[in-house]
Write a protein that binds this ligand. Structure first.
Ligand code: FES
Length: 125
């Protein structure tokens, strides 16, 4: 037979969040945009561009959000990030070596210092 106190404790245990190790995939980092004299916070499980949008910042130009247009080209001056593949049409090997990236293709892994507004308008043919 279950007493009222036992039933209450059982329900309480079921409602309390489970303890678990910290999920590094959901950390937030501070991103300083030096040429805009601004900053925003970005989650590690979202691309830097989406993180900027979620924080209601407008410090990086937004285009296709998928690596196809080059509008979100930035340079990372300090900090760590992971990157998905980026088109050579927008980021050359030389630029990649100098930490130019597409903000929609990188994921922050530490606080970052970046410089935005590196996209170039391609001449019409
Ligand atoms: S928004 Fe188009 S390449 Fe990033």
């Amino acid at each position: 037979m279950t007493t009222t106190a036992q039933a209450f404790n059982t329900r309480k245990e079921q409602q309390e969040p489970r303890c678990s190790s910290p999920d590094v995939s959901e950390q937030s980092y501070l991103v300083q945009v030096v040429n805009r004299d601004s900053w925003f916070t970005a989650r590690s499980d979202k691309s830097l561009l989406v993180g900027m949008e979620l924080d209601a910042s407008q410090t990086i130009a937004v285009g296709c959000r998928g690596g196809g247009c080059g509008m979100c080209k930035i340079r990372v001056l300090a900090g760590k990030y992971d990157s998905k593949r980026m088109s050579r049409a927008h980021i050359s090997e030389q630029e990649q070596a100098e930490d130019y990236v597409l903000a929609c293709r990188i994921y922050p892994r530490s606080d970052l210092v970046i410089e935005s507004d590196h996209f170039t308008v391609k001449p019409e043919l």
